[in-house]
Design a protein around this ligand. Structure first.
Ligand SMILES: [Cu+2]
Length: 241
């Protein structure tokens, strides 16, 4: 065997091994019988800080239509934390999650939603509802990072997200714009609402590790046991560091 052939044979063997390894660890979607629910709330320990008003310094006629308040920690009346991401980190099997199109809108110079959850493999339509120049900048490592101008006439940019990752998104034209794209390879992931509440449905009975991530407060994890057709309640407090 000459050197090139040998190299090719080694590469093919390595590819085969990698292929098998990927298959073994990938999430498997199917039917869930007698699934349970995990629901609850994420709350702040301690006094909630007031949201700061953001000064709109550019494109005021579009960006300044509504008052902008900081997004990095939004706490509701009962200390519920909005925009925390709750997910199971070790789930291997469960319900299917179709790879659908998702939308991230730039509207009033705000990313809507603030945290977008998409399945791995999703295509995201990045809309420019404002009709002004935005420049979307993603800080990803597992997926290709991009930094693209979106001129006022460009209504939609599309981006593919293949690998699970939490990605920070900013705009190089408007320094206050901030958003997150959470790419997950399974559907057991939820963003808390304005009360800090979440629900994960149709979870196969078993033991899992549940992780909470918040952009300012960081991560926290908890073991959770899901029983058939039962709702397991979880209340987690996060504290400012
Ligand atoms: Cu912008």
């Amino acid at each position: 065997m000459n050197t090139i052939r040998k190299t090719l044979a080694v590469a093919a063997a390595a590819g085969l091994i990698l292929g098998i390894a990927t298959q073994a660890t990938a999430y498997e979607g199917g039917e869930v019988k007698d699934g349970g629910t995990i629901s609850g709330s994420i709350k702040l320990a301690g006094a909630p800080p007031a949201r700061k008003e953001i000064q709109v310094t550019k494109d005021k006629e579009i960006c300044g239509k509504e008052k902008h308040l900081s997004w990095d920690l939004i706490v509701g009346p009962n200390k519920g934390i909005e925009n925390a991401v709750v997910s199971l980190t070790d789930v291997k099997k469960g319900k299917k999650w179709a790879t659908a199109k998702a939308t991230l809108d730039q509207n009033g110079c705000v990313y809507k939603p603030h945290v977008l959850v998409v399945p791995a493999g999703a295509t995201v339509d990045i809309l420019n509802s404002d009709g002004i120049l935005h420049n979307i900048h993603t800080y990803s490592t597992a997926n290709p990072a991009f930094n693209k101008a979106q001129p006022k006439f460009k209504k939609v940019l599309t981006a593919d997200f293949k690998k699970p990752e939490t990605i920070k998104v900013t705009c190089d034209a408007h320094g206050w714009m901030l958003g997150w794209i959470v790419v997950s390879d399974h559907p057991y992931v939820a963003v808390t609402d304005e009360k800090g509440e979440f629900t994960l449905k149709d979870v196969p009975p078993g033991q899992y590790k549940l992780e909470v991530w918040h952009e300012t407060l960081g991560k926290s994890a908890k073991e959770v046991t899901v029983k058939p057709k039962e709702d397991t309640k979880l209340h987690i407090e996060l504290a400012k560091k």
